[in-house]
Ligand binder design. Structure first.
Ligand code: DGY
Length: 437
């Protein structure tokens, strides 16, 4: 298909998922506004609709809490009933600093807004509306980042923890298995609830029931402590410094600092965060054994010894040495030469690899976009090209799905992707790649 035709298809999806001021990831499965989805969507919209790109991010920040947190879901409508857990289950009002409207979840997601903002300025060629918008939103993004250091960094390392797998964006990655298995659910610990996702998407492509029970358990724990109380760090059996989320915060801080310099805004505090977090990041997350970066479990006080796509994202934040980047690149080159599309979300050689179940194996286009940028930053242009070509191939041949099979022979015989269809960040990522961004 011609590049132009693919872009038209992508725009049509974004058009259909646009809901008067923001974009839903996909209808029914995710019928509200999601935090990092919106960031990636705005980076697609900016190529052809500056106003919508701005509204997307403004809408997201309309849900910012007084403590600075930007929630992972904003429930702009109370009428959508196809999603669990909905606004009435989260009860964001337990936190006095949560806005009345829009109601929201009580946790956050990977902090992408710093680099999204830099990208919007760059792609729009410093469009005056984007410049005005950037000046207005800048202090809110700084406040969001400060939240991580004030509420999620008990050891003052300038590295933050998450206490729910949904915060990582990689919900059911095998990375979290051990930590989740620490949670023993006794009768009465969690209320009765009805999952909605498995009646919309194929259950074999979604997290398991055991995992969902633990997601609900951790949600309840957060709610008990107003979602930001210090008791969460003291009590949560699940407490992890995610190598990807921390890399994205550093990347976002670096971008924010550049935006500050460009627009003559104060960035002193951000530069201090960068200095300290970068140093600690390099020390804490690199694993020689894996030849990759690894997340850190604050409960067991050790790295989580598994290879996955989030461990490659530090390349995008400039956190790897040349030698480390070589090791990560050769891992991907091997996969490319051995029958895989790039980049599987989890180690294909690990017994817990599951080629179709959400974050236990399949490929996610927005992750590929970041890994490709990381490879370019380290001069690995050929590999970046393969990642981009694979992404376009998957979308063009199998549809605008949420995620994709990584094993070439299975993918070709399936002839479709996995999870939700007509997916917004798949569409926006495709636009970005085809526009050479
Ligand atoms: C879901 O509902 O599966 C989402 O990933 C949670 O944010």
């Amino acid at each position: 298909m011609l590049k132009e035709q693919l872009i038209v298809r992508a725009k049509t999806i974004l058009e259909q998922n646009w809901k008067n001021g923001f974009t839903i990831p996909t209808s029914r499965l995710y019928p509200f506004q999601w935090n990092w989805d919106s960031g990636f969507v705005a980076m697609g919209l900016i190529h052809y609709d500056v106003s919508k790109a701005i509204q997307e991010i403004q809408s997201l920040f309309s849900g910012q809490w007084e403590n600075g947190m930007v929630p992972h879901i904003l429930f702009h409508s109370e009428k959508e009933t196809t999603y669990f857990p909905n606004f009435d289950f989260w009860q964001s009002s337990v936190n006095k600093g949560a806005p009345d409207m829009p109601k929201s979840s009580g946790i956050t997601q990977p902090p992408v807004m710093g680099f999204v903002l830099e990208n919007l300025l760059k792609v729009s060629g410093m469009h005056p509306d984007v410049v005005d918008f950037a000046k207005a939103i800048y202090p809110k993004v700084v406040k969001y980042h400060r939240y991580f250091y004030e509420y999620r960094d008990p050891h003052k390392e300038k590295l933050f923890f998450m206490y729910h797998p949904w915060e990582s964006g990689r919900d059911n990655s095998p990375l979290w298995d051990e930590s989740l298995n620490r949670i023993e659910i006794k009768q009465g610990d969690i209320p009765a609830y009805q999952r909605r996702d498995t009646s919309i998407a194929d259950a074999s492509e979604r997290p398991t029931q055991d995992q969902y029970d633990r997601y609900v358990y951790l949600l309840q724990l957060g709610k008990k402590y107003q979602y930001d109380g210090p008791e969460i760090a003291e009590e949560s059996p699940f407490l992890i410094q995610d190598s990807m989320m921390n890399a994205l915060l550093i990347k976002s801080n670096k971008s924010l600092s550049s935006v500050g310099q460009m627009l003559d805004l104060d960035h002193g505090e951000i530069d201090e965060w960068i200095q300290e977090s970068e140093k600690n990041y390099r020390q804490k997350f690199w694993s020689d054994q894996l030849s990759s970066f690894a997340s850190y479990d604050l409960r067991s006080q050790e790295q989580i010894p598994m290879k996955e796509v989030g461990g490659l994202i530090p390349l995008y934040a400039g956190l790897a040495t040349e030698n480390q980047a070589d090791q990560m690149a050769s891992y991907l080159s091997d996969l490319h030469q051995n029958g895989y599309f790039l980049c599987p979300s989890f180690d294909v050689h690990h017994p817990r690899f599951d080629s179709k179940r959400y974050w236990r194996g399949p490929i996610w286009p927005h992750m590929n976009w970041m890994v490709a940028h990381g490879m370019v930053a380290y001069g690995k242009h050929e590999l970046a090209k393969v990642i981009r070509e694979d992404t376009v191939h998957l979308i063009e041949n199998f549809g605008f799905f949420e995620y994709y099979e990584a094993q070439k022979d299975i993918a070709e015989s399936n002839a479709h992707g996995y999870g939700g269809n007509h997916f917004s960040w798949t569409a926006s990522t495709l636009i970005n790649i085809l526009k050479n961004n």
